[in-house]
Design a protein around this ligand. Sequence first.
Ligand code: HEM
Length: 453
Amino acid sequence: MEIEDKKTPKIPIIESFLDTREMVKNPVQVFEKYRERLGPTFEFRFGGMRKTIVTADPEFLKYVLKDNNDNYHKSHIQVKRFVEFQGVGLTNSHGDYWLKQRKLLSMGFTRSRLAEMLPVQLKVLNDFMTDFEEDASKGKVDIHDQMVKFTLRSVGQSLFGSQMTRGELERFAAAIAEIQQFIVKKVVQPYLMPWYSISGQNKKYQDIRIKADQIVLDYVEKRRKDPGKESDILQLILTTPFKDSGNLMSDETVKVEILQLLVAGNETSTTAAAWAFYLLAKHPEHMAKIREEIEAVFGEEEVNYAALHQLKYTIAVLDESMRIRPPFWMIDREALKDDEFRGIKIPAGTTVVPYIYGVHHNAAVWKDPEKFDPGRFDSKQTEKMHHFAHIPFGGGPRVCIGQNMAKMQILLIMSAITRNYDFELCEDKEIGMHAMMLLKPDGPIYMNFKRVK
Ligand code: HEM
């Protein structure tokens, strides 16, 4: 029997049901409509059925993601769909297994590892900039498309090192992207499940997965035979034993983890970088400030890791851009046991949605939330900020493991392009949001780039 709860504002079941189609097409718009009407925390029925509590209240977010995180696992439905295609790894495991994997994989993302990775990252950046110069000199370019190319090479090389060919990486990423789209379809439209089997789609995507797995397994085998001197994450995973047992990860586990890291790190960074360029082009007054800052920190020198954190204004622009357009607009959790937060009853089995876009646009948290204002991330302001007011990378123990790497890569590309080019949008129109798992631009973002040096 459901616990009576008079405290949480609710969307009537019939309205949730009627909104189902719109929810598939444009969930952020529907969530924003509910938030505007009912406040930061509300209940609706996902797909007209599943009891779902959505929250954009920083205190409630802190409770779910940190204070009582043991009671909130990633939702059953998502985990199940992902396991089918990705196996069990860091992003979709829980408990002791998750902790063991997290401890080992974290070693790949420490500041010293990132500093070691920088030379390879700079090589990726310089190669990319040569291609970019050629494209930009011919006329308008789609910055989203450019970021797809950049982040795949950048994240790909951090994970696999430079021995993986561009062709292998692109084939692997294309397979993953196809599978991802299918997983999202299954999560969002679960009622089509019998159709996915009958129509042969399940089989088709499992075949694609088998081929993608093989690319990684072949590469792992090659690397075991010839380790070389790479300091990428694959090398770390292959050579670091677990502390408790002293054993190394099996090839099968290595494959799952590296695949999950690429999935978690590739499109997210692409999306964040594309939105950052879009918002900068819309607010060109910040471009000159970024350029001045880069000049002051690096002069004519090449970027180095130790000084990247001195790019305070550039970092503030990126933070503000991820506030306005967070690549993960929501994440989801499921309550394991009955719980209560400030009178809000959360029965076991309830889906709880930490609504990242919502808290980033919550007027009780942010003054004038729709305004693009990097000044909010000035150190004097951030001291006063609630820790769960700005959570593009999530929060609590499952906070993004790759956040420093992502920031490094995006800062590198923002600095390289802004240092050398002025840019503007080809058309003075808003780029809409296409929200599925990630909050992506709803079409190309065409820009013109003019060299400034
Ligand atoms: C701007 C880029 C990125 C954004 C916005 C982002 C965002 C996030 C968010 C919100 C979570 C928490 C998910 C949850 O709690 O349900 C997360 C987790 C994770 N991210 Fe990222 N991420 C980014 C880049 C990366 C990169 C570059 C990597 C690695 C190469 C990465 C690897 C992961 C992994 C493995 C997890 C799961 C951690 C765990 O469950 O312990 N991410 N990310």
